[in-house]
Design a protein. Structure first.
Length: 185
C-alpha cells in the first residue's frame, strides 16, 4: 500500500470526524437527559451525518489499513474528548450516605468545616444503633469526603447514589439551590 498525500488527508479527515462524532454524541446524551428535545434532535442529526461520512470512508475498503486505523484511533480519542467535555462542562451531583456505629458526629463536624452540608439521623442496624449521615456533593468532591470518613472512622459504611434532581438545599461553597435543577452525569 502506497501512502500518498491524498491518502493521509483522507485518513486525517476520518480521524477528526470520528472525534467530532463522539463529542457530539456525549453532548447529545447530556441534553437528552435534561429533556432538551429540539437540541437533542439537531445533535442527533449531525451525529448520524458525521458517522455516515466516516463509516463510508472505511467500509468501502476494509483493506485500507490507514483509514481503518484513523477510524479506530479517532473513536478512542473521541471517547477521551467526550469524557473531558463532560468533566469540564457538566456538574453532576451525588448523594453520599455514611453509616457509622461510632464517630458520626465527628465526621459530620469535619465535613461541615470543609463546607459540606450534612444531615444527621439515628438508625438501628443489625448490630445496634447507627449514625446515618447524608450529604449532597458534586462528583468531584467524592474523594475528599471519602477521605474524611476514612480518616475519622475507617469502619464506617459509605455508599454513593446519583442525585438526578436537586430541589433546594445546601451545596458546598455556600451555594443554595432555590429552584429545581435536573442533573445528570
Amino acid at each position: 500500500m502506497t501512502i500518498t498525500t491524498e491518502a493521509l488527508i483522507t485518513a486525517l479527515i476520518i480521524f477528526i470526524l470520528r472525534i467530532f462524532n463522539n463529542g457530539i454524541g456525549t453532548i447529545r446524551l447530556i441534553v437528552m437527559a435534561r429533556q432538551q428535545r429540539a437540541l437533542t434532535v439537531v445533535l442527533a442529526f449531525f451525529e448520524a451525518l458525521t458517522f455516515a461520512v466516516t463509516i463510508a470512508g472505511v467500509a468501502t475498503d476494509l483493506s485500507n489499513l490507514l483509514n481503518l486505523a484513523a477510524y479506530s484511533v479517532g473513536f478512542a480519542v473521541g471517547n477521551w474528548v467526550g469524557m473531558a467535555i463532560e468533566a469540564r462542562f457538566i456538574v453532576s451531583y451525588v448523594r453520599i450516605n455514611i453509616l457509622a456505629k461510632a464517630k458520626g458526629k465527628e465526621i459530620a463536624e469535619e465535613l461541615r468545616k470543609r463546607g459540606f452540608g450534612v444531615t444527621e439521623a439515628q438508625g438501628a442496624g443489625h448490630e445496634g444503633p447507627t449514625e446515618m449521615l447524608h450529604t449532597i456533593a458534586t462528583r468531584r468532591d467524592v474523594p475528599q469526603i471519602v477521605d474524611v470518613v476514612n480518616e475519622i472512622n475507617p469502619a464506617a459504611f459509605t455508599f454513593i447514589e446519583e442525585a438526578r434532581v436537586v430541589n433546594k438545599g445546601y451545596i458546598r461553597r455556600h451555594r443554595k439551590i432555590d429552584s429545581m435543577q435536573v442533573l445528570s452525569s
